[in-house]
Design a binder for this molecule. Structure first.
Ligand code: ZN
Length: 477
């Protein structure tokens, strides 16, 4: 098929990609979304980057409609990413260790990046994500300053590299600008100073962080560019003292922006937090006003029963990153209990040990099976909702992740004729995709009504593996 490409590679530099685009139409052989359910012969029409019609069982199809064999679903939201961790794939797999020994390797890579090398690496990583069906990434960004901790001439230069990388790769980004003030909690609970690679993560205090984040110049609703919105993150209770958290919370309230935080990823983090504050990480965050419907607790692995009630009762999202949590030997979080308590689940590829949201989705269910020795805790529908509508909501894009008129025209198509998915029936196609397909089965991705991936090829980044190889070699050697 021919691929329409206009203008410079990537998202238009300025102006709304949502305006001025002609009417487009696609006919999905099978389509699923939370609102639509699973339907056949679904006509999707878009103009100005938004869906204008969603018609199941369509019998009148425009001749120019692009046919989409396979299962088409809303674009996937990768709700937790640290783009530079992708450089560590494979290289940290050769020895025994823990989260903490892995972190030392991660810091070595963090130490080598500058705004140009990060732009190249993140562009390649985000291109890999789009090939996996991801239309929106939440970038939990703390690599702010130069390796000694001095500010670049533009103190947000690294964040701007990430925003530009997303534009070049063709996906939406929520830049979760991360407050990171201290180097950790000692076993006795004392907050430790930043040192080594951490120096470049830090701002002087939360007010200093807020001034820098404001200099990103979001508009009143947090929009940074047509494809980019701003959010904030409290790195963790290890990195932000409780008396500094209010400033970050207040900043997000100004913009109605998302607020994310790593929560109870490690048992040692809980122990130190309780020693320091006589409260769990979830309790400390809650007392600071940082838990609520705009918030996301990332990992939420080692929670008490009251933590689960606290997070769920506030409708705080819980972002599970099961491949990273397995890779780092973190543990298996209480996904079903959190969902039952009221927390919408979302998914992230976090350290990018792999980038495959379908695998993240099924591992939520498979983790529950391993813990309980019973099957059937989450339906494919629930897992797909986590990957789509809930993930987008947690990143501040509530108008994405659904097939309804006026929603953003972001969707991906998964092949049902690959070695992994062949034999799928129409009735159980969603189960085949969630439990059997992989990122390699994503054939098509449309973002804002534009093809980003067509027939398995990236439209904007011509050779994604070569881009990854070059960018990773530049920071590892
Ligand atoms: Zn993380």
């Amino acid at each position: 098929m021919s691929i329409p490409v206009s203008g410079p590679a990537g998202w238009p530099e300025s102006g709304q990609p949502e305006s001025g685009q002609p009417q487009r139409a696609w006919l999905a052989e099978l389509a699923w979304s939370p609102a639509l359910g699973l339907r056949t012969d679904v006509l999707l029409e878009a103009a100005g980057g938004r869906l204008t019609a969603v018609v199941p069982d369509a019998d009148q199809v425009p001749a120019a409609a692009t046919r989409l064999p396979g299962l088409t679903m809303p674009g996937l939201a990768n709700a937790h990413s640290h783009a530079f961790h992708r450089a560590l794939r494979g290289v940290t797999q050769s020895a025994r260790g823990t989260f903490w020994t892995w972190r030392e390797r991660m810091y070595e890579v963090a130490d080598r990046l500058d705004p140009d090398s990060y732009l190249a690496l993140a562009t390649a990583v985000y291109a890999e994500m789009t090939l996996a069906g991801v239309s929106c990434v939440g970038e939990f960004h703390y690599l702010h300053h130069d390796p000694g901790g001095a500010r670049y001439s533009d103190p947000n230069q690294m964040g701007r590299s990430l925003i530009e990388a997303a534009r070049r790769a063709g996906l939406r980004i929520t830049l979760l600008d991360t407050c990171y003030l201290s180097g950790g909690l000692a076993a006795d609970g004392r907050q430790q100073p930043l040192e080594g690679a951490q120096l470049r993560f830090g701002d002087a205090d939360a007010a200093d962080w807020a001034a820098r984040a404001t200099a990103l110049a979001p508009n009143s609703v947090g929009q940074l560019a047509a494809h980019a919105r701003v959010g904030a993150a409290i790195h963790s209770v290890r990195a932000v003292p409780p008396d500094q958290m209010h400033e970050v919370v207040a900043w997000t309230q100004n913009y109605g922006a998302p607020l994310h935080a790593h929560v109870s990823e490690q048992v040692a983090e809980n122990r130190a937090c309780i020693a320091a504050h006589r409260a769990t990480p979830a309790e400390v965050l809650s007392q600071a006003g940082a838990i609520g419907p705009r918030s996301t607790a990332v990992h939420a692995t080692h929670l008490s029963g009251s933590d689960i009630e606290l997070l769920g009762g506030s409708r705080c999202h819980a972002c599970f990153c099961p491949t990273t949590e397995a890779d780092l030997a973190d543990g298996i979080g209480p996904a079903r209990s959190l969902a039952d308590a009221g927390s919408p689940l979302t998914l992230g590829s976090d350290s990018h040990a792999v980038i495959d949201l379908l695998e993240e989705a099924r591992r939520v269910e498979l983790g529950e099976r391993l813990v309980t020795q019973e099957r059937g805790h989450f339906t494919a529908f629930e897992l797909a909702a986590a990957a789509t509508v809930s993930g987008h909501a947690s990143l501040g894009w509530p108008e994405a992740g659904e097939f309804v008129p006026s929603a953003l025209a972001d969707f991906c198509t998964v092949a049902l004729d690959s070695p992994r998915t062949a034999g799928a029936t129409a009735a159980t196609a969603l189960e085949s995709v969630i439990f059997g397909a992989s990122a390699a089965d994503v054939r098509h991705l449309v973002v804002a009504g534009r093809e980003v991936v067509a027939d398995g090829r990236h439209v904007l980044v011509p050779d994604v593996p070569a881009a990854l190889s070059a960018a990773i070699a530049a920071v590892l050697h």
